[in-house]
Design a binder for this molecule. Structure first.
Ligand SMILES: [Zn+2]
Length: 783
């Protein structure tokens, strides 16, 4: 080969520095552009969103854990009503019973339902063309005060309402929907969507959530056919969203209040900040944990998008397909989904043209290009595998990491380590093959993989195709230009091509890490590999000429070729070591444990239970052995397997199940029952023995599907959250005339009051889960 190097500027050292500086600056600007804006003080003008004003609401709302049905939740609701009245609005409380929204995993133990009390407020428009719904849930999980989840969304809506009512009237109606029982079963949103008159005509929903304590407020979910809506969202002052996130989220089993609205045909956007997820649902999710810049981001965008939608003709929003969109410094790039395939095809053609021209120019041979193409799969496959291994090794060093819900408290250095790991894999691969196959063959092969992946994504995940297609297209066009340019001009176009990859992919890597957590670091590693494949011409610039150069012996040239790999590998080690030092567990950042207690009122025996996948040291004093199904005595757990251990029986009253009436039906009986908790509980459950045919069921006046089955000898059942003290009416139509066995269970969150419980030492905390700290009492009845 005449020249294996791609570009060979006269003063290589200077060129390397200049190119790296430009790319680093572009990367910095791209990442900076998705970070939250600084919080605005309370002295801001009345029609602006001030995070400091909103934060005073956060303090009130998240003073204590306030799950649906709790006295603390009553206080929050009263405060919301009072605050909205203070703005001259007329809030009403929608008090009803609703079944669950979305496909919650809780369905394993039966259908979820709850008594909910939503706070609904209409701000009438001047000439409304439809309704805009601002939605957030005001209840919290039982294990934490919900300082972020979702006092962030609730306080954002209060501050937005304040700003809206102090400015001029909008054209369209705005409805503030502060929902209850989101954490329990998404029942509040479902109740509003299915039962409230203001929801009857549909509209546009902006749902505001938090799954962590910091990071940008990302618009991560849309209704389908989002082109016009995303156009409105682009008017936000700090738009951070990508059509890729929407595609990922649609494939995850997660649900928020938005699910109920979306499934009922509403249009809408769902936004949340998600970094700092170690506090998710935990006692550490306090107001103090909140990054107020994230609150400002939420609010600035929510207010601006509400004003934008508030002035539009909402009837024109529907239609048009899904758009592709992503943030670049200063704007949200948008183009119609119809362009996904043409662009993917164009990128493929451009890469083929580059390969053909490079061969004609003698930069590569067909054989080497084919080999490079085949071997190009290596870094794409190896880096994600190493990223997964990396997390496995970290959890071996720190077993407490295995119990964290999504991320460690301070995962920043580990994330950088995973990025460096992926960089190391690509530069090592490049250094090993560069002399044999030539830099040009490797670079074209790298772009070829990007273009091919763009086609695969266009078919499977169209909203994410731009991640591979655009860097491939830019890289190929730059490569073609570089073939006909010399020296500085060639270096400049190659840098421009790499710039596209950095600006598009680096912010996505930064958003993806908190979205999926360290446990799925493979995703971030994968996108980093894509970025590096597009940057191979720049990587090549870091290497001395592949040809023997006078005065530089071959051995030393090889050593220099290993330098980038060495630097990246050292970065992995340094970041890991520093990460382990920085991210230690202490009282403010406790290791997370999960413990429950269950009393079987039939036998008077009790046991400890834990849902931890790897038993933590603290928990091992209560439970041991392998996880096993517990549905036999606790049908609400469905197929879930738990570790157990013997416990001292506490004196706790079982939920009362009484027969109100028993009438004969066509081929069986209609039983009317009353299920009443005998203590303060968060929910009650009821399950019917598997052998009994249940053909219809109504609970709290709501008909339930009868197809659910709990397992462990139990069939149909339900979980009723926030039950009234007088109990819940249950009407069952059952087959046969023989006695019917039923298992009633209740649950409070009082594990620390049980006999034999020892207070957690400092540095050991509570995992934010829907069953943490639960005390269940179960009893079998027969009628
Ligand atoms: Zn939430």
């Amino acid at each position: 080969m005449r020249d294996a190097a791609l570009i060979r500027p006269a003063r290589r050292g200077f060129a390397v520095l200049a190119v790296l500086a430009v790319l680093a600056l572009a990367g910095f600007a791209a990442v900076r552009s998705i970070l939250p804006p600084p919080a605005i003080p309370a002295s801001a003008p009345a029609d602006e969103f001030s995070a400091q004003r909103a934060f005073s609401e956060v303090r009130t709302i998240a003073a204590a854990p306030h799950p649906a049905g709790s006295a603390a939740n009553d206080r929050v609701r009263e405060h919301l009503v009072e605050t909205l009245r203070g703005l001259g609005l007329s809030p009403e409380v929608q008090d009803t019973v609703s079944t669950q929204g979305g496909q919650l995993s809780a369905s394993a133990g039966g259908t979820g339902l709850a008594r909910v009390r939503n706070v609904v407020t209409l701000i009438p428009g001047s000439a409304s063309t439809g309704r805009i719904f601002l939605v957030a849930h005001y209840d919290s999980a039982q294990t934490g005060p919900g300082g972020n989840d979702d006092a962030a969304g609730t306080s954002t809506i209060l501050e937005t309402a304040r700003a809206l009512t102090s400015g001029g009237k909008l054209r369209n109606d705005v409805v503030l929907v502060l929902t209850d029982a989101e954490e329990a079963c998404l029942c509040g949103a479902e109740a509003f969507v299915r039962q409230h008159p203001l929801a009857r005509d549909g509209g546009v929903v902006l749902n505001l959530e938090a799954r962590g304590s910091s990071g940008p407020a990302i618009m991560f979910e849309t209704s389908t056919g989002n082109a016009s809506l995303v156009g409105a969202y682009a008017h936000a002052p700090y738009p951070v969203g990508t059509s890729f996130a929407v595609e990922i989220y649609r494939r995850l089993p997660n649900d928020t209040d938005f699910t109920s609205f979306r499934e009922a045909g509403f249009l809408g956007l769902n936004s949340a900040y998600i970094d700092g997820a170690a506090v998710y649902h935990a006692p550490t999710d306090t107001p103090e944990a909140m990054d107020r810049d994230s609150l400002q981001h939420h609010g600035s965008n929510a207010l601006a998008v509400t004003r934008e939608l508030g002035g539009r003709d909402l009837s024109t929003l529907r239609g048009g397909g899904d758009a592709t969109y992503f943030p670049v410094p200063g704007l949200l790039v948008r183009y119609p989904g119809a362009l996904v395939w043409p662009l993917a095809g164009l990128a493929l053609i451009a890469v083929v043209a580059l390969g053909w021209l490079a061969r004609r120019k003698g930069r590569l041979t067909g054989r080497n290009l084919a080999l490079a193409g085949a071997l190009g799969l290596a870094p794409i496959a190896v880096a994600p595998v190493l990223a997964q291994l990396y997390w496995t090794v970290l959890t071996l060093i720190r077993p407490e990491y295995a119990a964290l819900p999504i991320d460690p408290y301070r995962p920043g250095l580990y994330r950088i380590a995973v990025i460096a790991l992926a960089v190391a894999v690509v530069v090592c691969w490049f250094a090993l093959l560069r002399r044999k196959l030539g830099a040009a063959a490797l670079a074209v092969a790298g772009l070829g993989w990007l273009a091919a992946l763009g086609v695969v994504l266009a078919a499977a995940v169209p909203g994410g195709a731009y991640l591979a297609t655009l860097p491939a297209l830019a890289g190929a066009l730059a490569g073609i230009a570089a073939l006909y340019l010399r020296d500085w001009a060639a270096t400049a176009v190659i840098t421009a091509g790499g710039l596209v990859a950095v600006v598009i992919l680096l912010p996505t890597v930064v958003m993806l890490f908190p979205a999926l957590g360290m446990g799925l670091g493979a995703a971030g590693a994968f996108l980093t590999v894509l970025m590096m494949l597009a940057l191979l011409p720049v990587v090549d610039l870091l290497h001395p000429s592949a040809e023997p150069v006078q005065g530089l012996p071959a051995a030393r040239a090889r050593r220099r070729g290993a330098l980038p790999t060495l630097v990246a590998s050292l970065a992995v080690l340094a970041c890991t070591a520093a990460g382990l030092v920085v991210d230690r567990f202490d009282a403010k950042h406790p290791a997370l444990t999960q413990l429950m207690y269950a009393l079987d009122a039939d036998t008077g025996t009790a046991e400890w239970l834990s849902a931890e996948t790897d038993t933590q040291k603290w928990t091992s004093q209560y439970v041991a052995g392998d996880p096993k199904p517990v549905a036999g005595t606790l049908p609400a757990f469905g197929a879930e397997e738990l570790r157990t251990g013997p416990a001292q029986a506490a004196t706790l009253p079982a939920p009362n199940l009484t027969l109100v009436s028993d009438t004969a039906a066509a081929d069986g009986r209609v039983l009317t029952l009353r299920l009443a908790p005998q203590r303060t509980v968060r929910f009650v459950t009821l399950h019917v023995a598997a052998g009994t045919q249940v053909s219809a069921a109504t609970v709290g006046g709501r008909p339930l599907p009868v197809t659910t089955s709990a397992g462990g000898g139990w069939g149909f059942g339900f979980v009723f959250h926030a039950p009234p003290a007088e109990g819940v009416e249950v009407v069952l139509t059952v087959g046969g005339t023989g006695p019917v066995r039923l298992r009633a269970m209740d649950a409070s969150d009082t594990v620390t009051e049980m006999p034999g419980f020892h207070a957690r030492p400092s540095g050991v905390g509570v995992l934010g889960s829907h069953s943490s700290e639960m005390v269940a009492v179960a009893k079998t009845y027969s009628f």
